[in-house]
Write a protein of this length. Sequence first.
Length: 194
Amino acid sequence: MPQLGFYIDQSRCTGCYTCTVSCKDWHDIPAGPVHWRRVTAIEKGEFPRVFVAFLSLSCLHCAEPACVAACPVNAISKRAEDGIVIVNRDACLGNDDCGLCKEACPYGAPQFAAEANARMQKCDFCLERWGEGKKPICVESCPMRALDAGLLTEMEAKYGKVRSVEGFTYDTANKPSVVFKARTDELLKTPAPK
């Protein structure tokens, strides 16, 4: 089965949040707790030897998604033609009555709005854009070109097969569809100035 996936270049990401803002704008996601793509900062070390990196994550459209198995009403499915994990929000039982997908996902992809018994939502790989031959909006909007998307085999051939970076651990059970370029922490490995 073909599998679409993301490439994330942690060495280029500056934490500008353009990917998160463009995603919310493109999908008309109102202000609030829902972020289909999220950026976190990773900080290590002590002055003057410090390490700062950013990690931009969304749903990683896992090969074996825990959210699909956890959903008691089959509201979450994985498309056979491209491996995109999609949600039928009409079938979802909601956060108050269920929320099992959120508990099952090790990457925090399932999102719920603040209203009572909100239905699950998450990154859908910009299905409508992908159908038009366009990359997801987060990829196209990144000013640092730190993101890419496409067939996972093509991402691996182009960028390598690095699966874990600072702030992210590859889950071998779920097999997230992502490859990385890591930001190195060489500064922390050098002796402190005197």
